[in-house]
Every structure is written in structure tokens, then in C-alpha cells.
Design a protein around this ligand. Structure first.
Ligand code: ADP
Ligand code: MG
Length: 383
């Protein structure tokens, strides 16, 4: 289907939300049944006055969207997760599972992929934090980007992937192609859903991972690690594909390690659980935590090193950088704060020196004003 077809669809069946879909300041449209529509703008969610005439009209509209990408919504396929030709993502669930009536979220594709500079301008990363990540990408640190839904994980992965050295061959595997990594040597794979009507079998991330490893990758990037492919990614990280990356859904760096472990165990693996824990602790080196704050801002809340597992089986992570809040702007209510170093020098600092990367040890020392705030955060975390 062409983008023209999409335009027609927006003017016909999606007409009730046309203005929202065409408004570049709206990043997401959430439909909770025909008469309740919310939008996200600048990170904040508000109710929109729009509505569909009735449930049947809404369902027909979502069906038209599904058909446009050769999918169906019906009793047998009551859920849809699809990417439209313009890159937008649509998720739909219909009644009786959806109690509000047909429920959908349309995450609009933003043409402008954010870069490292944008993340610095938004205050999501400090210039030093960004420089440090750059060093890590150069040295090929195995990195997990962690965060909740819509916290900026894919954006971060895209930015980090684009900072990898030109000599590297990158293999990207995703459920729905989203990443647009700017690099010289990139190979991109996308999974396929089963479609019995067309005699198509499912091709999973694990399947593609198996092929990827035979295609001489230097580094492997898995867009979203959501299942047992976690083990394959971990194996790749541990077998010479330094600098491999992925994203997971987790709320803290420690949580991210646990999440990866849980996902590994979802597959029918014969590897015992504590061996997997050790694998996670040793293969992973860096966690970049993305967070959505209450003011609507998306920020990199932590850049942490993974040091392994302690004698109680807990993951040891050390924060290298953290975002700290200094106050609230009285007019805009936006949080005021910045990313600061935490006073911890990563274990691989000597490698930074050996590679002659411009990142002196002094840059790991927090500014004086931030010390009490960091301590306070630490106390809250421990409590
Ligand atoms: N640091 C940031 N500041 C502002 N907006 C951001 C930031 N990071 C991401 N975004 C925007 O937030 C939305 C969701 O980001 P995305 O990376 O897709 O999140 P996730 O992969 O965690 O679901 C996108 O529209 C993206 O452009
Ligand atoms: Mg994402």
C-alpha cells in the first residue's frame, strides 16, 4: 500500500481523527471506544474532543487500517499490532476483550529521528554523558537500553547505533522495522507473522538471530527483547559480538538485568537458572535507563555499569551518570535538573585511556551542588 492510500484512509474512514493525525505536535492518538479519545502532545496526555459516531464505525475504521497492511481484525484475530507504510505503529484490541469498545493506539512516526544533539538539547543527556556513551559505543560495550513504554528506548538505541565505528558490520533484528541507524554497513531483518490464509509460517526473532549469527556480524542489535531471544542476544554478547545491544521493558538498571534473565528462562533452555544469572551478569556491561517523568519529560535517568552478581544472587550495578532534579519551573511546571556523574569510575576506565579517548577521570566526579541530591536519591532507593 502506498502513502496515498493512507491519505485516502485518513480522509475517509479515519476522518473523525483526521485533525489529530495531521497535527505534527500530536505524537500519539489513543482511542478507548468510540467516544473517548486521548492524545499525547509534548509528553503530556490530554482528552481530545473528537469521537467516532458509534462502535461499528470505529471498528470498520480499524478494519480498514488492518486491511491496508494485509491483516484482519475479526473474532479470530481480535488483536492487531502493525506498522503502517508511513512508519506509524497501530495497536488494536476489540470487544469483548476490550471493555471500552474497540481500543486502539496510533503512535505516529516522526520523520525527524532524534540525534545525540537533540537528546542533549532536550536535557535528556548531558554533553559529558553523551560523550561517555560515545566512548562506550566505540569500545563495543554490550548495552541494554531499558525503560517503560514510550520512554524513548527505540530513540536511544537508534542514537547509540548510529555512533558505532564505521568499520563494524551491524545486524539489526526487529519485530517491526523502526530503527534507522545511520551507519555504513547495516543489514536489517524483520520478523513475519504467520498467515494461514497465505500459507505463510511465522519467522521469529530467534529464527532470524540464528541466521544473523551465520552472516558474520560484528555487532547485533535486537530492537525489542521480549521473549526467549534474550538468550540468543546474551550468547552473541558472550561470544565475541562485543557491542551488541537491545531494549527491554524495565524500570531500573537492576530490573533490566532481572528482566533479561526472566526472558532467557521463557525459552525451553536446559541451562540452569543460576548459570543464566551469571551469564547476564558477565555479558552485560552497560545499562542506559530511559524514564518518563511526571512533567511529561523523557530523560535518561541512569547510565550504569553491570558488575556481575553478588553472593545472594543480586545483580550488582553501579550508576555512572544519573539525572537529578533541582527544582520545578514555576511557570511551565517542567522539572529543572540535569544529568551528573555519580563519582564512580567504571572498571573499564583503563580501556578508555588505552584507546586514547578524550574522557578524563575527572569527568566522573559530580559537581558539588549535586552531591547532597545524589545522596538523597541513593537513600530513597535503599528505602
Ligand atoms: N529524550 C526525549 N525527549 C523528548 N522526546 C523523546 C525523547 N526520546 C524519545 N522521544 C519521543 O518519544 C516518543 C517515544 O519514543 P520511543 O523511542 O519510540 O519510545 P519507546 O521505544 O521506549 O517506546 C517518540 O515520539 C520520540 O520521538
Ligand atoms: Mg520502542
Amino acid at each position: 500500500m502506498s502513502s496515498d492510500f493512507l491519505k485516502d484512509l485518513i480522509s475517509s474512514q479515519l476522518a473523525p481523527i483526521k485533525d489529530l493525525l495531521e497535527d505534527p505536535t500530536v505524537s500519539e492518538v489513543m482511542i478507548n471506544g468510540p467516544h473517548e479519545i486521548f492524545i499525547e502532545r509534548g509528553g503530556l496526555v490530554t482528552k481530545a474532543p473528537n469521537s467516532f459516531r458509534d462502535e461499528a464505525t470505529l471498528l470498520a475504521a480499524m478494519n480498514a487500517v488492518a486491511r491496508s497492511v494485509n491483516r484482519y481484525i475479526d473474532k479470530d484475530n481480535p488483536r492487531l499490532d502493525a506498522r503502517l507504510p508511513d512508519g506509524s505503529r497501530v495497536a488494536v484490541v476489540i470487544p469483548p476483550m476490550a471493555k471500552n469498545g474497540t481500543t486502539a493506539a496510533i503512535r505516529k512516526f516522526s520523520e525527524e529521528k532524534l540525534g545525540l544533539k537533540d537528546l542533549i538539547n532536550f536535557g535528556s543527556l548531558s554533553p559529558d554523558g553523551a560523550r561517555f556513551l560515545d566512548c562506550c559505543m566505540y569500545m563495543g560495550k554490550n548495552t541494554l537500553v531499558s525503560g517503560g513504554t514510550g520512554s524513548g528506548k527505540t530513540t536511544m538505541l537508534n542514537v547509540l547505533g548510529s555512533r558505532m565505528p564505521k568499520t563494524q558490520r551491524l545486524l539489526i533484528i526487529e519485530d517491526a522495522s523502526e530503527l534507522q541507524i545511520k551507519a555504513e554497513h547495516v543489514v536489517q531483518f524483520e520478523t513475519r507473522k504467520a498467515d494461514p490464509n497465505k500459507g505463510l509460517t511465522e519467522i521469529t526473532i530467534r529464527d532470524l538471530m540464528e541466521s544473523a549469527l551465520r552472516l558474520r556480524p560484528d555487532r547485533i542489535i535486537v530492537g525489542e527483547v521480549r521473549g526467549p531471544e534474550a538468550l540468543d542476544l546474551l550468547n552473541a554478547m558472550g561470544t565475541g559480538h562485543d557491542g551488541s545491544m537491545g531494549t527491554v521493558h524495565a524500570n531500573s538498571p537492576q530490573d533490566a538485568c532481572t528482566r533479561l534473565e526472566t526472558l532467557c528462562l521463557m525459552g525451553e533452555t536446559k541451562i540452569p537458572a543460576d548459570a543464566i544469572k551469571k551469564m547476564v551478569g558477565s555479558a552485560l556491561q552497560l545499562i542506559v535507563q530511559c524514564s518518563r517523568y511526571h512533567d511529561g519529560g523523557r530523560r535518561t535517568s541512569h547510565i550504569s555499569e553491570v558488575l556481575g552478581v553478588d553472593e545472594h544472587g543480586r545483580y550488582i550495578t553501579k550508576d555512572i551518570f544519573r539525572w537529578v532534579q533541582r527544582g520545578v519551573d514555576p511557570d511551565t511546571k517542567k522539572f529543572i535538573g540535569e544529568m551528573v556523574p555519580c563519582g564512580y569510575v567504571p572498571t573499564f576506565f583503563e580501556e578508555i585511556v588505552a584507546n586514547k579517548l578524550p574522557f578524563p577521570k575527572s569527568k566522573f566526579q559530580p559537581p558539588e551542588w549535586a552531591v547532597p541530591l545524589l545522596l538523597e536519591q541513593q537513600k530513597k532507593k535503599a528505602a
